[in-house]
Design a protein around this ligand. Sequence first.
Ligand code: 3SL
Length: 236
Amino acid sequence: MKKTIDVCLSPDLVHLYDFDGKVAVVVDVLRATSCMTTALAHGVEGIVPVETLEECEQLGKEGYLTAAERNGEKLEGFNFGNSPFSYMDETLKRKSIAVTTTNGTRAIHLAKVRADEVVIGSFLNLKAVSNYVQNIDKDVIVVCAGWKGRVNLEDSMFAGALVAELQSTYSLELDASKIALSLYEAGKHDKLAFLSDCNHIKRLQKLNIQKDIEFCLEENVYNVVPILEGNRLILG
Ligand code: 3SL
């Protein structure tokens, strides 16, 4: 029987999906899962995604480096915000980082308590994620982080990119997979232009981080797959 790929367009919809025995690919293109992929690709040993600032602070006291973002901005008192460029740093090799973000880390937690396995996806490691899931005998659900429960364009588009990769060998059960695929097909030749009007890009542009946006939309920069092992993301 063919494996299936489904898409959960918002974390607030996870209760509608049956994750039993499945692999969840969690995506927050701008920028949480792009940062996680970048950090691990550049030699960070492990990332502990946490939901609250308090948990992140506590891990900081226990010796972790810390990263905290809310509404796009780095918070005072933490080592990093949420820019992939902060993680392209030799001195972070073999370090562990506790991370909390507005939507991405929440989506990871919602997937973690439901799915058999959690994998981190982004455009930066699209092909690597596609190869990884094809090599395991599990159905796939892409969990889009969205924005505060709302559907967003960039994560839906990544879901479509993964559907495009897998569609010849997986069956697309639900309309959400087809919606995501149509979005990707419509915008894949110039993602930046296609997404130029989307809510989060406008939000981030106010913070002057155009280069983060452009980088996070690049495909297949890294051949790595972050996977969740216990509470830590490590390279799979
Ligand atoms: O919401 C999140 O998890 C973040 O990725 C948002 S931001 O890109 O850092 O603004």
